[in-house]
Design a binder for this molecule. Structure first.
Ligand SMILES: [Fe+2]
Length: 303
């Protein structure tokens, strides 16, 4: 049994599969095409490279391994939207054939990079990221965005910042807790926590050009359907998305406790001073963001 060891899969063929035996229960992560229960060959990543491969089946949970991470999906080039503030407009697969856009914000201080709502990049994109500085911090600001956090934390040895309990994605292990009044990796940044939601969610205000609000799913500014496949567009329209500033409709439903309202959180958010907004979906709202958020709050919760 290879239980608990970090393991890697060897490339396999149909004939190899035919020969495979159900040898052991292992805990490792498959290549993207690999399925639970299918046989393959593994070996301890810490073992000598000449070590024998072991036949096994995949049954386990993710373990740190270079092949375990979700593959990069299409994204635009890194764009500097304000001095030392960069945006990557990328994508995420929700269901088979259903893909929508997803954003990562990169904040630079000196040589240090903080990734907010990480999105894994192509080799070319990652080289461009490396050219900006050293990835030292990874921030999860919404409970439903953590798909690519393990890749960056483990690949770069970055510190992982998140609110306690923001564990829809179980990995990586939290080592810097985001709390109101607590430390942040970005000097001058302001932390805003939603207090009335069922699960953790927060936002960051960056003091650039009148204030940039960085949100996750709570507020999104859509101007187009970029990276949204036709099935995704149909679903998004059905649940209330359209090109405008909006309170994420499914997010609001899921995050609102029964019999309660999360409107007070948005009213408190509107006491922040910001001109611009970028969420984990949609586009940058450059200018007039506070007014658009005010309208979005009325759209979502009424006058
Ligand atoms: Fe989202």
């Amino acid at each position: 049994m290879v239980g608990g060891a970090a393991v890697a899969f060897k490339a396999k063929t149909e004939s190899e599969l035919a020969k495979a035996r159900d040898v052991s229960l292992i805990r490792c992560i498959p290549e993207p095409s690999y399925r639970v229960g299918k046989p393959g060959w593994v070996k301890d990543c810490n073992a000598d490279e000449n070590a024998e491969w072991t036949e096994a089946r995949y049954y386990g949970a993710p373990m740190p391994n270079v092949d375990q991470y979700p593959e990069p999906l299409p994204h635009e080039a890194i764009e500097e939207i304000f001095p030392d503030v960069f945006l990557v407009h990328g994508s995420v697969r929700m269901l088979p054939g259903t893909r929508m856009n997803r954003n990562m914000v990169v904040l630079r201080q000196g040589d240090s990079l903080t990734l907010v709502s990480p999105v894994r990049l192509s080799a070319e994109g990652e080289a461009a990221l490396d050219a900006l500085g050293r990835v030292q911090h990874v921030m999860r600001i919404g409970v439903f965005h953590g798909l690519d956090d393990p890749y960056y934390v483990e690949h770069y040895g970055a510190e992982f910042w998140s609110q306690a309990g923001s564990d829809y994605y179980k990995a990586p292990q939290l080592n810097r807790v985001l709390v109101e009044g607590g430390p942040l990796p970005i000097e001058g940044a302001e932390f805003f926590a939603f207090r009335g939601t069922r699960f953790p969610e927060c936002a960051l205000r960056i003091p650039c050009d009148g204030g940039l609000l960085i949100t996750c799913d709570s507020l999104q500014y859509h101007t187009d359907w970029s990276y949204c496949t036709l099935p995704a567009r149909a679903i998004l329209k059905l649940v209330g998305f359209s090109p405008r500033m909006l309170v994420g409709p499914p997010w609001r439903k899921y995050m609102t406790p029964r019999g309660a309202s999360i409107r007070p959180d948005f009213e408190r958010l509107l006491t922040l001073d910001f001109q611009h907004l970028v969420g984990a979906h949609g586009r940058l709202c450059h200018g007039g963001a506070w007014e658009k958020v005010s309208t979005a709050v009325v759209d979502a919760f009424g006058e």
